[in-house]
Design a protein around this ligand. Structure first.
Ligand SMILES: C[S@@+](CC[C@H](N)C(=O)[O-])C[C@H]1O[C@@H](n2cnc3c(N)ncnc32)[C@H](O)[C@@H]1O
Length: 224
C-alpha cells in the first residue's frame, strides 16, 4: 500500500447509517472497494471507449454522461460515501450497465493497477483546493500523479481538469511546464454549453473564473 499524504479530509469519507447499509449490500461488481480493486481491466473487459472520472462528488456528471452515452463505459473513483451510495442507487434504479464505481483513495487505487493505455478520457473537476499554504502539499495534482495519469491514457486520449482556484491553476501550469507535458488552458467566467457540476455552480455563483485544462496524451500535439 502506498503511504501518501491524503488529498481529502477524513470527514469526507463518513456517511449516514442509510448509506452504510446501501454500501454493505451493494453489488460488488458495480462498486469496487479500494481493498478489492486489483486492476481496471477487471471492471470492463471489452469497451470501445473507456472514461474515468476522479473525485466525482455527487456523481451528477458521471451519471448524465453514462446515461447519454450507452456505447461508452465509465468508471468513477470517489472517497465520499454519500456520493458513492447515491450514484449506486441511481445506477440500480435505471439499470445502467456502463457505469462502475470504485470507493477509495485514487492514489492507492492507481498504485495497485497494472494496466496501461486504457482510458480515452480522464476527468478531474474542481479537485479540493487546499488553499492554506501549509496544506498545499495535500493537493492531488502533483508531478507523480500527472505521470500516472499519462500512463493510463490511450494514444489519442486526453485529460480534462477544471479548477476555480487561481493559485491551484498556476501550480498546475508550473507542474505541466516542468514535466514538458503539452496542454491547452482556457480561463473563462462561464461556458454556457458545458454541463455544470455542483462545485462549478458554486464557483460561478461566487463569480470565480473557471480554469480548464485539456491535456493530450504524451506524443499528441496541442496548441501549446
Ligand atoms: C471539491 S469536490 C468536487 C466534486 C465534483 N467533481 C464537482 O465538481 O462537483 C472534490 C472531490 O474529490 C474527492 N477526492 C479528493 N481526494 C480524493 C482521492 N484521493 N481519491 C478519491 N476522491 C478524492 C473528494 O471526496 C470530493 O468529493
Amino acid at each position: 500500500m502506498k503511504n501518501s499524504i491524503k488529498s481529502f479530509s477524513k470527514a469526507r469519507s463518513r456517511s449516514s447509517k442509510k448509506n452504510k447499509k446501501i454500501l454493505s449490500i451493494a453489488d460488488k461488481t458495480i462498486i469496487w472497494s479500494e481493498e478489492n480493486f486489483k486492476d481496471f481491466k477487471f471492471l470492463f473487459s471489452d469497451s470501445s471507449k473507456l472514461n474515468l472520472e476522479i473525485g466525482f462528488g455527487d456523481g451528477i456528471l458521471l451519471f448524465d454522461q453514462s446515461s447519454n452515452n450507452p456505447d461508452e463505459s465509465f468508471i468513477g473513483i470517489e472517497v465520499f460515501e454519500t456520493g458513492i451510495a447515491n450514484t449506486y442507487s441511481k445506477i440500480i434504479k435505471s439499470n445502467l450497465k456502463n457505469l462502475k464505481l470504485i470507493q477509495g483513495d485514487v492514489a492507492q487505487i492507481l498504485s495497485k493497477n497494472k494496466s496501461k493505455k486504457i482510458f480515452d478520457l480522464i476527468i478531474i473537476l474542481f479537485p479540493d483546493p487546499w488553499p492554506k499554504s501549509k496544506h498545499k502539499k495535500r493537493r492531488l495534482l502533483k508531478s507523480d500523479f500527472f505521470i500516472d495519469l499519462q500512463s493510463l491514457l490511450k494514444k489519442d486520449g486526453k485529460i480534462i481538469i477544471k479548477t476555480d482556484w487561481q493559485d491551484y491553476a498556476e501550480e498546475i501550469i508550473e507542474t505541466l511546464n516542468k514535466l514538458e507535458h503539452k496542454y491547452d488552458h482556457i480561463c473563462e467566467s462561464n461556458d454556457l454549453k458545458e454541463f455544470k457540476t455542483k462545485y462549478e455552480k458554486i464557483a460561478l455563483k461566487e463569480n470565480r473564473l473557471i480554469n480548464k485544462f485539456l491535456i493530450p496524451s504524451i506524443g499528441q500535439s496541442s496548441s501549446k
